[in-house]
Write a protein that binds this ligand. Structure first.
Ligand code: 2HA
Ligand code: ZN
Length: 271
């Protein structure tokens, strides 16, 4: 059996949480990540018959029975993951009842997965239904994105248009735009269901006055989506109070999307 601490998926979780902490997106215990793993690959590192303990998830995820995820722990700090992955991360498998998580590794101080597990697992189900390659769901609290939710109309079309117009990269990176949820109590099945519903149409979902969710096939895609939104939100917040002399026109956004061959939300442009 190989050493689990050398597994690429553990190393990626360590590197990503450390990076996100230093970006300031995950203060204290803010943020959470889940990554769908390949059973065969996990089997190279762990005895899949050895269930350390079982933890109820509080909801049913029939579509994910037998699926294995590495997930950040509840109350854990992103800054600490790289120094003690076995305590701050866990590897869970969804049991045959669809409502129990079987712990295969981690949460070594007796802890459990993130309180946002409902939003994560339900979002995995949504994203897998539109893209079988999806593996990552990521949540964090990036500064300018969060600031923007205080001052911008929280309408999907409006906020997507604003972000597309801040800089050239935006429409190329997230042509599918952003889903928006109003402020809601976090950590509940209700916000999980609402997030997952949006995830059928978007890889990015903003939680007003809270943060953002991103989904992707790997860490680069997912972080790349969030950091591009955050950069565009930064441009907006740095300039929102100033006279706006230049912007990317709708016809130019269309030219850009066509030049890069991306399938953008055409009804979000006024052409
Ligand atoms: O896990 O970010 O949304 C801490 C949070 C809750
Ligand atoms: Zn949060």
């Amino acid at each position: 059996m190989k050493n689990i601490l050398d597994a690429p998926f553990v190393k990626e979780m360590c590197a990503t949480t450390a990076n996100m902490y230093r970006l300031g997106w995950d203060e204290r215990n803010g943020g959470n990540i889940s990554c769908l793993l390949d059973e065969k690959e996990v089997g190279e590192y762990l005895d899949l018959e050895n269930v350390i303990r079982t933890i109820p998830t509080g909801f049913e995820a029939k579509e994910l029975i037998g699926k294995i995820f590495i997930v950040t722990g509840t109350g854990k700090y992103f800054k600490n993951v790289e120094h003690d992955p076995e305590n701050n991360l866990g590897i869970i498998r969804i049991a045959n009842d669809g409502t129990t998580a079987e712990l295969l590794w981690g949460y070594s101080d007796g802890g459990r997965f993130t309180s946002e597990l409902p939003a994560h697992l339900m979002s995995h189900i949504s994203r897998l239904s539109v893209n079988p390659e999806n593996r990552i769901i990521m949540h964090c609290h990036p500064d300018y994105t969060l600031a923007m939710t205080q001052v911008h109309k929280m309408d999907e079309r409006e906020i997507t248009r604003t972000l597309w117009k801040q800089m050239t990269e935006s429409i190329v990176v997230f042509p599918d735009g952003l889903g928006v949820l109003p402020w809601m109590v976090c950590g509940t099945n209700k916000i999980g269901v609402a997030t997952a519903e949006k995830m059928k149409k978007f890889r990015l979902v903003i939680w007003t006055l809270h943060g953002i969710y991103g989904a992707g096939k790997d860490f680069d895609e997912t972080v790349g989506l969030i950091e591009t939104v955050e950069k565009a939100a930064k441009m907006y917040m740095l300039t929102a109070h100033l006279p706006r002399l230049n912007t990317i026109e709708d016809s130019e956004l269309k030219d850009l999307a066509e030049a890069f061959g991306v399938d953008y939300r055409k009804d979000y442009l006024d052409l």
